[in-house]
Design a protein around this ligand. Structure first.
Ligand SMILES: *[C@@H]1O[C@H](CO)[C@@H](O)[C@H](O)[C@H]1NC(C)=O
Length: 224
């Protein structure tokens, strides 16, 4: 009897761990620096659905480039200068995560794609984010949903399209597919966002994500 109940205990512990593993933990970077809060609404093989509430972002103008890596680097430098005080208030702002790059791919392999790089505005600065020329500040109105796929390592130009295609494939046949497609067609049918959580000087445990943003009103009734 005692053995049976301890075996049962072990089985339920294993089950609990399996459930925890299904929803990816918050990126470790977010234990050190501020990240936008989110709730996990659903998770399944290959993706997670998150709800972000009222996040605010400071963004670059669209950057035309053939390389994701080089566009992200140049956008990052503009935003880094902004948080170092190159803004209308000469105010320094804390570094946050993730760094977002919205990718609007070109039609052809040798044409420039368009990239918009963004930093999350810390909660402290959200009531009065410093303005700056050419760097619009945008608040996500109400709830914004994201279908998310996580991957590791340093992001390369070859990775991003591949990871976006895998996220897209994992969503097919789920109740999220139509809303995600509609969310993407708002800008361009093949657009997606890359979220990076680590500085270039961190070599292990790197966390990156593909986000496909969408509006949950398009999903139907059972999104809580
Ligand atoms: C910001 O710094 C510049 C250059 O030092 C100065 O001219 C300007 O008055 C400062 N602005 C504010 C709002 O402090």
């Amino acid at each position: 009897m005692a053995r049976r109940s301890s075996r049962l205990l072990l089985a339920s512990a294993v089950l609990a761990l399996a459930v925890l593993a299904a929803a990816a933990a918050v990126p470790p970077t977010c234990e050190r620096i501020e990240c936008p809060a989110y709730e996990v609404v659903d998770s399944a093989n290959g993706f997670e659905i998150r709800r972000y509430t009222d996040a605010m972002w400071v963004s670059t103008a669209p950057i035309e480039d053939i390389s994701f890596v080089s566009a992200t680097r140049s956008g990052f430098l503009q935003l880094f200068n902004y948080i170092q005080g190159k803004n209308a208030y000469n105010e320094t702002i804390e570094m946050t995560a993730p760094v977002l790059t919205e990718v609007s791919p070109s039609d052809g392999p040798f044409c420039a794609s368009s990239f918009v790089v963004s930093f999350y505005v810390p909660a402290k600065n959200q009531p009065d984010p410093p303005p700056a020329d050419g760097l619009p500040v945008r608040r996500w109105a109400g709830d914004r949903y994201a279908a998310v796929r996580r991957f590791g390592g340093f992001v390369s130009d070859a990775d991003v399209g591949e990871q976006a295609a895998r996220l897209d494939a994992s969503l097919q046949g789920t109740r999220w597919a139509a809303a995600v497609n509609e969310g993407r067609s708002g800008s361009q049918p093949t657009s997606y966002t890359v979220a990076q959580y680590n500085s270039p000087f961190e070599f292990s445990g790197r966390v990156n994500e593909i986000w496909m943003l969408f509006d949950a009103a398009k999903v139907g009734s059972d999104v809580n």
